[in-house]
Design a protein around this ligand. Structure first.
Ligand code: 5GP
Length: 213
């Protein structure tokens, strides 16, 4: 991966999608396949869902604790989503960047825009589209985690977000998981290779130009 003599500038990869589009499976696999990419584990005030673990899926915290973290400026960004609070803890993000590694954010649209506003050069915005809202509705019903009212809210919110697709650097259609994953991995690989993220190239070119021919 990153060779120590090739200093690399990490990127902030934000993957945004309406719920039920397969974002979690795509992002978890990307992180598992790349040891220079770390998932930003958000803090949230919502209750854990069955199968979720504290520290792996989220840091589940009380409202008081969350407010304290806001006061301490411990978040890179935070937002209220469906009545709960979510925030990206600053410290692990900065630590990854200092090591020249990258951070993947599984956050909502407003959070991605806030991160982008703070770090325009370093952030890459990816939106994942469902093949249709009908398919998204079917997937939300199939996972049976949400009430009808919540599903309806998620669908109407998805419509607003999809309308803002031009604010993203890349848009992936998830109608086929393996192809969508390949698209996401290619985006990450190409972004990592960008000249501006590889300052060692300047030194190498300097050396090449000194060579006698
Ligand atoms: P869920 O409760 O379904 O896990 O997440 C609800 C929404 O909150 C999702 O769109 C998710 O991406 C978003 N979210 C999760 N963590 C964060 C965060 O740290 N900041 C922001 N702004 N949104 C987040």
């Amino acid at each position: 991966m990153n060779k120590p003599h090739h200093p690399h500038r990490g990127l902030l990869l934000m993957v945004v999608a309406p719920s039920g589009v397969g974002k979690t499976s795509l992002t978890r696999r990307l992180v598992a396949d790349h040891n220079d990419l770390h998932l930003s584990i958000s803090a949230t005030t919502r209750d854990p869902r069955p199968g979720e673990h504290d520290g792996r899926d989220y840091h589940f915290v009380s409202t008081d604790k969350f407010q304290g973290m806001i006061q301490d400026e411990a978040f890179f960004e935070w937002a209220e989503v469906y009545g709960n609070h979510y925030g990206s803890p600053r410290e692990p993000i900065m630590a990854s960047l200092e090591r020249g590694e990258s951070v993947l954010f599984d956050i909502d649209f407003q959070g991605a825009m806030k991160v982008h506003a703070q770090a325009q050069q370093d952030s890459v915005l990816v939106y994942i589209l469902p093949p249709s809202l009908a398919e998204m509705s079917r997937r939300l019903h199939a996972r049976s985690q949400d009430s009808e009212e919540v599903i309806h809210r998620r669908l109407s919110r998805a419509k607003d977000e999809v309308a803002a697709w031009e604010q993203f650097d890349y848009v992936i259609l998830n109608d086929d998981f393996d192809r969508a994953y390949a698209d996401l991995a290619h985006i990450y690989h190409a972004e990592r290779l960008k000249r501006a993220r590889n300052p060692w190239i300047g030194d190498l070119v300097g050396d090449l130009l000194q060579e006698e021919i």
